[in-house]
Design a protein around this ligand. Structure first.
Ligand code: GRF
Length: 191
């Protein structure tokens, strides 16, 4: 049995963090067992920190505002100390540089059909667009915002008259469905 150590990086609510942890932690997939030795928040007060303590996920805070100098290096050192094999970004509001991307393989989820609607307002922009579909994308992390090779995408159909809140709920539900699957795909596990 091969143990794979995943780290989750986040900055806010932590919905994907909790979902991924509950679906994958300590689970076996073929000859692989997934562990989560650490989650890291880039922000004090992020609700994900509370979620970590509720679900029993070890969490460290590396607040960006207090650690602007060499932030990536500090992150790398923490991840190295936990023997992390794959990094999972889940609402992590920082762009990681070359040094990080060459040291760790990392995945990110974005709430749009990339390459459309990159950036922080993806859900609203896709809701307001003339498109009839919307969706979510999981991709490898590169040093460019919401770029990098795609691993998985899925879509929802827009509903006439639907509120932004309801649309957003459906986007998040789709995220919760595909992110764990995309992680397993990236690890070459059978889904
Ligand atoms: C998600 O919509 C994700 O796609 C985006 O940031 C949001 C994070 O939400 N990158 P949560 O913190 O996982 O609830």
């Amino acid at each position: 049995m091969k143990i794979i150590n995943l780290a989750i990086l986040f900055s806010g609510n932590g919905g994907n963090l909790e979902n991924i942890y509950k679906k994958l932690n300590s689970k076996e997939f073929g000859d692989i067992k997934i562990n989560f030795p650490i989650a890291i928040s880039s922000k004090y007060g992020a609700f994900g920190i509370t979620r970590c303590s509720n679900i029993g996920l070890n969490c460290k805070i590396l607040d960006y505002k207090e650690n602007k100098i060499n932030y990536d290096e500090k992150l790398i050192n923490i991840l190295k100390s936990y023997n992390i094999d794959l990094v999972i970004l889940a609402g992590f509001m920082r762009i990681l540089g070359d040094s990080f991307c060459s040291r760790f393989k990392a995945l990110n989820i974005h709430p749009s059909i990339l390459p459309l609607f990159k950036g922080a307002n993806a859900i609203k922009e896709s809701y307001e667009s003339y498109m009839k579909i919307a969706g979510v994308s999981v991709h490898y992390v590169s040093n460019e915002l919401d770029s990098g090779e795609l691993i998985m995408q899925d879509i929802i159909y827009k509903i006439d008259g639907e509120s932004l809140e309801s649309f957003e709920d459906r986007i998040h539900a789709l995220e919760y469905e595909i992110y764990p699957k995309a992680i397993l795909k990236a690890l070459n596990c059978k889904i």
